[in-house]
Design a protein around this ligand. Structure first.
Ligand code: MN
Length: 723
């Protein structure tokens, strides 16, 4: 135990030393506490290598301190990153002991580990997005990169199956991810390690060939570089010149992509000159020196200093003809540029396709991160920027799995119903329940990234209109609406039929305007709603109809005054012809339809009142005739009748100032027509009026009607009828 303790002491000292060297500030007490906590939490666990488990979090923390020295909080979190997942200590305990910030980072790392477990990687780009969507703090990514790097370095101890899976995942997810974050060094190491496990033969062959060439290579580079070194010293430039290490995987990829043998790819020698200067002009001076000494190959020159790469990589690349006619690539950059290339989290997340707002967000955010790396000494700024790390990356999207492990992208807040419609509209229509990670959940539950969702369907299930309230995708919304409308159409149809049947039974008539008025009075938005209410029995049809009947009676009694007047007015006229002759038979005009000359008319024999003259279209007449058709009597208007009759009109339209005046003006200016009365009521910016006028005949009346209809704001003009 004591030897183990002294081993741990050594490790702790090492970590503290690297941390205080690379970080502006280290909370040593907290770091020591985390270290001890980690040792204790993992004390019963061993790595696959047989070493105590804590060597892993320790090594990962060392990588963080060396490669991504952001702050001490990250180091503390790294030491604890596997505690919540693998030991009896949960996130709450970590939060209590080390604060919420540390706990949030540990929680993020734990969740990421959970996503990939047991999943085949089929849509790498989606997985990368999934990762991003789950990450609220950049430090989670950095810890995860370091964790993955150490796991890759120690991959030899796990089973071949697991080796393949982890290596594949690393190559397809983590390495491109590292590249996009500008973590060049980590990317190369991850790629080489993955290559080693995915294609062992090719890897070993390449490694062997490179090793065999090493001596030759080194001596050639020395021969090439010596004159450059001499010149640079003359110019008093501080620099570091080295043969550029070749990464196996990049050599291999070039061989495959260009279909060329190892020798051709690898014989392109490369050196890198890193200048210890803040002046980029020194890079161009150096370029001049190199070009003086060796002949440049014209089309191989690239100036990434003037025009940096999209991930902010800056360097000059030139290829020259070296001794023995061999081509040598020379990279020239400043120390700061080199830092950015190697470990700046400086990549822009760019897509070949479209650049969305979210990508912009990432770009901004990545720029902050780069600032932090570049301004490591400015502590205040660092702190402020760390606050901004609560990011919004892809947080408007979640990624969930189908039972087969396929990823589906959905908007944040999506529910199992959204997911169901995303799979297929049939699945959506018959969706009855859902399971997340094997547990049944309500259909309105909001899904989270990484959830595995299974939809339970039933042939008899149909969409519920309440689903509209919680679904998020347009797809689901539209599908549910379509369904509801279809269902509603049938209900409305039923309601309409019921209505028409009742109206007919009660011998009432409703034209469109009357119906709209009624619907409006009953506070329905439209007739569809009214009919729906009828079908669903939420409106009392009997009440509605008897109320409108009462109203009709009232309207009729109002008309009685008019009728009285009409009777008096008609007293002057010659009267109708019965059987083509004026006869002495007592007659009067029916009050229900007020016929005027021109109207087709018919007589009806009454008891005590002689013949009543009705319009042929009078609805009362229809009823009367069904009871006793023998009482009907043909009558005609006499020709050349010059007398005046009174007729009534209803006028409806949009209320506006001057409408009454316009109506009366329009009437009186037509053949000196006299108005008997005008009455207009307004409500809800609509007006509803009745006008009684003196007319000669039907033709006169019809022309008046046409005139009024042309008035601005007038919607309908109808002859006044009592039924
Ligand atoms: Mn780990």
């Amino acid at each position: 135990m004591s030897t183990e303790n002294s081993k741990y002491d050594k490790m702790l000292d090492e970590l503290l030393a690297v941390s205080s060297q690379n970080l502006p500030k280290v909370n040593e007490t907290l770091l020591r506490k985390a270290f001890a906590f980690g040792v204790e939490a993992h004390k019963h666990d061993l790595r696959a290598s047989g070493e105590p488990y804590f060597t892993h979090p320790f090594e990962v923390a060392m990588i963080v301190a060396e490669e991504f020295p952001l702050d001490d909080t990250t180091i503390v979190a790294t030491l604890l990153h596997d505690v919540a997942e693998d030991t009896d200590f949960n996130i709450n305990i970590i939060s209590k002991e080390f604060g919420k910030e540390v706990a949030d980072i540990v929680d993020g790392v734990t969740k990421i580990s959970g996503i990939f477990r047991g999943q085949e990687i089929t849509q790498a780009e989606n997985y990368r997005k999934l990762l991003l969507s789950m990450i609220k703090d950049v430090r989670v990514i950095l810890v995860k990169f370091a964790d993955r790097l150490h796991n890759m370095r120690t991959l030899e101890f796990v089973s071949p199956d697991k080796q393949r899976r982890i290596a594949q995942e690393t190559l397809e997810i983590y390495a491109p991810f590292a590249h996009r974050f500008g973590l060049g060094k980590v990317k190369w190491e991850l790629e080489d390690l993955a290559f080693k496990y995915l294609n062992k033969e090719a890897y070993e062959e390449l490694a062997r060939k490179i090793k065999a060439k090493r001596k030759e290579r080194e001596s050639y580079i020395k021969k090439f570089a010596d004159p450059i070194t001499k010149k640079l010293n003359e110019y008093e430039l501080n620099f570091d010149l080295s043969g550029r290490p070749k990464h196996l995987y990049s050599v291999y990829r070039k061989m495959v992509r260009r279909n060329k043998p190892f020798e051709e790819i690898y014989d392109l020698f490369a050196i890198r000159i890193i200048l210890d200067t803040d002046d980029r002009n020194d890079c161009y001076t150096t370029l001049g020196i190199v070009n003086q000494l060796y002949l440049p190959v014209p089309d191989r020159f690239k100036d990434y200093i003037s025009i940096p790469k999209t991930n902010n990589y800056q360097s000059i690349h030139t290829t020259v003809v070296g001794p023995d006619g061999r081509l040598v690539e020379v990279q020239i950059r400043t120390k700061q540029m080199h830092e950015v290339a190697e470990k700046g989290v400086a990549a822009h997340w760019r897509y070949k396709e479209t650049k969305t707002a979210t990508d912009k967000e990432l770009e901004t955010w990545v720029n902050w991160i780069r600032d932090i790396f570049e301004n490591a000494s400015r502590d205040d700024q660092r702190k402020e920027l760390l606050e901004s790390f609560k990011l919004n990356l892809y947080q408007d999207e979640i990624y969930v799995f189908t039972p087969k492990g396929e990823l589906r992208r959905l908007p944040v807040g999506s529910t199992p119903v959204d997911f169901a419609f995303e799979i297929h509209s049939k699945v959506g229509y018959h969706c009855i329940g859902a399971k997340v990670d094997g547990k049944i959940i309500p259909l309105d539950t909001q899904l989270n990234s990484g959830d595995q969702v299974e939809i339970i369907t039933s042939k008899n299930q149909h969409p519920n209109k309440n689903w509209i309230k919680f679904v998020k995708t347009h797809k689901a919304k539209n599908a549910i609406r379509r369904w509801i409308n279809k269902e509603e159409d049938e209900i409305i149809k039923k309601g309409k039929e019921l209505w028409e049947k009742r109206v007919k039974k009660q011998k009432l008539t409703f034209n469109q305007t009357d119906l709209l008025k009624l619907v409006h009075n009953l506070k329905f938005d439209n007739t569809r709603q009214f009919f729906k209410a009828i079908a669903q029995n939420t409106v009392n049809l009997e009440e509605v109809l008897s109320a409108s009947k009462d109203k009709e009676v009232k309207e009729q009694s109002a008309e009685l005054k008019f009728d009285k007047f009409a009777d008096i007015a008609r007293g002057d006229i010659g009267g109708v012809l019965v059987d083509g002759k004026k006869s002495g038979i007592k007659y009067s005009y029916a009050k229900c339809c007020n016929p005027i000359p021109g109207d087709p008319v018919i007589g009806y024999i009454t008891v005590g009142e002689g013949i009543k003259i009705h319009r042929k279209t009078c609805t009362n007449l229809v009823n009367l005739s069904t009871t006793d058709a023998s009482k009907l009597f043909p009558v005609q208007w006499p020709e050349g009748e010059e007398s005046l009759f009174v007729a009534g009109l209803t006028v409806k339209g949009e209320d506006r100032p001057g409408i009454l005046n316009d109506i009366s003006h329009s009437i009186v200016t037509y053949q000196n027509t006299n108005i008997k009365s005008i009455n207009i009521n307004t409500s809800d910016s609509m007006f509803d009026g009745s006008v009684t006028v003196y007319v000669n005949n039907l033709d006169h009346l019809n022309r008046l009607i046409e005139r009024l209809k042309k008035l601005n704001g007038v919607f309908t003009v109808e002859r006044f009828e009592s039924a």
